[in-house]
Design a protein around this ligand. Structure first.
Ligand code: ADP
Ligand code: AMP
Length: 208
């Protein structure tokens, strides 16, 4: 199954993808994770995009599309994939259509107030990318990853100023993709405000 998870930052796309990838046995491809991996490893790409990510702006389309195309040269995407955080612009969606046919685009719908609460409380394990929330999905021991024992971090772009910028960027550049995919008959709206197990049940039902 070739899937795109669409929706504002903080809607729960990564959280659901972590469950759905095991359930459907397909890889989870998060462009945000790929950029963060490059930043952590101080690659050329990482150096180029570090300040952009911290500000909440989008990485230029040409750079992002190339990174995704490179990722798709890996055989593991042959039987399906979950793209999370890509496409984020019409140009990216047009580019994707040139090399992959999609089965569905899942649109995670969440109001602005809830988005801000989720992003400001998000914590993650830097090495594994595992996602927590200080209130909604806390680790067993405060500030520590359940499996690796590493300290959890708050992403630079989950601080207040960057959150507000990311929401503006989402509205201006990514939201038009909702109509783009609806017109193609691919869009499935999911109420992302419910607890994760309920969101996942909706997702399974919609994809069946
Ligand atoms: P996205 O990938 O869309 O940016 P995440 O999956 O990282 O969003 O989730 C953002 C934050 O909200 C995280 O802290 C996560 O633990 C929390 N979260 C995700 N889904 C839910 C949910 N259904 N209910 C409450 N909190 C959630
Ligand atoms: P995310 O982890 O999806 O919230 O993405 C974190 C950041 O990575 C975004 O705020 C952008 O700076 C960058 N990014 C991720 N995906 C894309 C994309 N498809 N196009 C441009 N920039 C992206």
């Amino acid at each position: 199954m070739n899937l795109v998870f669409l929706g504002p930052p903080g809607a729960g796309k990564g959280t659901m993808a972590a469950v759905a990838k095991d359930f459907f046995n397909i890889p989870h491809i998060s462009t945000g994770d790929l950029f963060r991996y490059n930043i952590k490893n101080e690659t050329e790409l990482g150096k180029e995009v570090k300040a952009i990510l911290a500000s909440g702006e989008l990485v230029p389309d040409s750079v992002t599309i190339k990174m995704v195309q490179d990722r798709f040269t890996n055989d593991d995407t042959k039987n399906g994939f979950i793209l999370d955080g890509f496409p984020r612009t019409i140009a990216q969606a047009d580019a994707l259509a040139q090399f992959k046919k999609l089965d569905a685009v899942v649109n995670f719908v969440l109001d602005r107030e809830s988005i801000i609460k989720r992003l400001s409380g998000r914590r993650m394990c830097k090495s594994t990318g595992r996602i927590y929330h200080v209130l909604y999905n806390p680790p067993k021991v405060e500030g520590i990853d359940d499996e690796t024992g590493e300290p959890l971090i708050q992403r630079d772009d989950d601080k207040e100023e960057a959150i507000l910028n990311r929401l503006d960027v989402y509205q201006a550049q990514t939201e038009p993709l909702i109509e783009y995919y609806r017109e193609k008959g691919l869009l499935i709206d999911i109420d992302a405000s419910k607890e994760p197990s309920v969101v996942f049940e909706q997702l399974k039902k919609a994809l069946n």
